[in-house]
Design a protein around this ligand. Structure first.
Ligand SMILES: [Zn+2]
Length: 247
């Protein structure tokens, strides 16, 4: 028995209480009181309160029959309210605990097994055939496997989730070392969902290093806006062939 339940049972046992303790409950309560100094202290002060309340009541000129009725009514109502509150709380605590444990169990059971072989194999595949890996990933993520421009996927150094303005969004990263300048040039292609971003301004933007532009606005079809961010003057170095001017 825990202290919460003991408190309820103690309330029932008060001299003026409803007195509806089963012998089993009474026994369990006694056991708890013998072991729990906190609860026996509460019981003692409750009894002391009852004694002084009874004393006060005796000194108030109320007709005897009415007095007893009043006292019984109050304590019964109090006890009911207390029981409801305590049982409710105890039940909710137990339920919350069970839910958390079950959720925790499910989450733990659903954890993927880490397999070094399969990780190495996957990375092999990505290296050998980046075009295949990218298409696989796009399909898995629920996107069209075709990108809106003919990117040179040999330059793709990473794909997955990238932080964009506080959100984690799907994207691809391309890098190459410009042999003339010795500078590493980078391009990111982000697949921004219409549902997650607003696009009040679709104009290209330029900072000292980066140019960003909407590569393809597919909001009508897939709800995706393809945004590129790149360090080169044009996106061309990241494309396999030059198809058409990107506007
Ligand atoms: Zn206790």
């Amino acid at each position: 028995m825990n202290c919460d339940v003991a408190h309820i049972l103690m309330l029932c046992r008060r001299p003026s209480g409803p007195g509806d303790l089963t012998p089993e409950d009474a026994h369990l309560l006694d056991q708890h009181l013998a072991e729990c100094p906190e609860c026996s202290r509460i019981l003692e002060s409750t009894l002391a309160f009852d004694r002084s309340a009874a004393q006060v009541m005796r000194n108030v000129p109320v007709p005897t029959a009415g007095k007893q009725q009043l006292l019984t009514q109050i304590t019964t109502r109090q006890a009911r309210a207390f029981r409801r509150t305590w049982y409710f709380r105890a039940t909710m605590t137990v339920l919350a605990g069970v839910t958390v444990l079950m959720g925790y169990g499910v989450i733990r059971a659903a954890r993927p097994q880490f397999e070094p072989d399969s990780l190495a194999w996957q990375k092999d595949q990505e290296r050998q055939d980046p075009a295949w890996a990218v298409r696989e990933w796009l399909t898995q993520e629920g996107f069209s496997p075709d990108l809106p421009a003919d990117f040179n996927l040999q330059l793709c150094t990473a794909f997955g989730r990238f932080p964009v303005q506080g959100r984690s969004v799907p994207g691809l990263e391309f890098r190459y070392l410009d042999p003339q300048t010795g500078r590493e040039e980078i391009a990111w292609l982000y697949l921004l969902a219409d549902a997650r971003f607003q696009f009040p301004n679709l104009d290209p933007a330029r900072s000292s290093y980066f140019t960003s532009q909407i590569l393809h606005d597919d909001r009508k079809q897939s709800g995706i806006v393809y945004v590129v961010l790149y360090t080169t003057p044009t996106l061309q170095p990241f494309l396999r062939r030059f198809h058409q001017p990107l506007t």
